[in-house]
Design a protein around this ligand. Sequence first.
Ligand SMILES: Cc1cc2nc3c(=O)[nH]c(=O)nc-3n(C[C@H](O)[C@H](O)[C@H](O)COP(=O)(O)OP(=O)(O)OC[C@H]3O[C@@H](n4cnc5c(N)ncnc54)[C@H](O)[C@@H]3O)c2cc1C
Ligand code: FES
Length: 290
Amino acid sequence: MLQVDRVTTPHAVLSRNPYQPYLARIVRIYRMVPDNHLFTLRFLEDHLAASFRHQPGQFVMLSLPGTGEAPISISSSPSRPGILELCVRRAGRVTNALYRMKTNDVVGLRGPYGNGFPVHDIVGNDLLLAAGGLGMAPLRSLLWYALDNRDRFKRITLMYGAKTPAEMLFREELVSLVDRSDLTCLLTVDRDPTGTWKNHVGLLPKLFDYTEIDPVTTYAAVCGPPVVYKFILERLLDLGFSKDRILMSLERRMKCGVGKCGHCGVGYKYTCLHGPIFTYWDAINLPEMI
Ligand SMILES: Cc1cc2nc3c(=O)[nH]c(=O)nc-3n(C[C@H](O)[C@H](O)[C@H](O)COP(=O)(O)OP(=O)(O)OC[C@H]3O[C@@H](n4cnc5c(N)ncnc54)[C@H](O)[C@@H]3O)c2cc1C
Ligand code: FES
């Protein structure tokens, strides 16, 4: 079983020069939904492919020569090394250029960066993952890490919401988990235009009605658009969660990714270095964090 070591310094694994990207080949492009594709990448150098390790919740800087760089969460689990999966939404310059690339094309990667989820603290506890929309991208790494190390966690619950079934990321994969006896997998859509969706219909917080969550024994990992934070945080606090058991993956515009340029500063913290995973306690004590 793979042991995930906490990466205390960014670029610790890959780069001596923190700005130097390493080349990786696109080995697969899975068009999950029109503007959200899953890119599977493998470093050209075999020793990098074999030695790269990350923590669920960390990100890489993805670079395309002549275009620029963008921070992207690693969606694959460290328990499945050798490749990296990035779930990328087409947003602007870099991601548009990525969407023009094909299988076997080469991109640059540096990282892994950020703190990642505090897996060592979560181990031995219940885990609730609550995601909306693209928020599934960083949480998927933690989900598969926990499922691949099932004996190290107690109850695992996934709550994931999308607008429609067609817009649900990783839909086939997640639907295939619904019947697992060692996971409570609750999937919902705001509406079901086709009438063929066999899971829940309704807003994400409604899923709390279908299961019991113990606030004392559970760590909650939350990621999604602002509305998800608003309503999920309300529910978690109503349940009695302490603020340091709520873990949030937050985004800020980034440039260097390594705590040098100041672009992602919030209060006295840098999102790229001290985040992107913050406890709710951190978030409310840092100005303009949420
Ligand atoms: C830690 C972290 C993890 C992330 N993980 C993912 C992920 O897994 N998948 C994913 O798809 N995305 C992820 N993102 C978001 C992604 O990095 C951004 O969408 C990034 O901007 C895309 O780069 P781009 O060059 O394609 O888009 P950009 O050209 O940067 O444009 C993106 C959007 O921002 C606007 N914009 C551009 N410049 C500015 C500016 N200076 N101020 C305000 N708005 C501006 C553009 O109009 C556009 O709407 C993550 C971000 C962070 C910080
Ligand atoms: S992106 Fe440069 S300090 Fe965080």
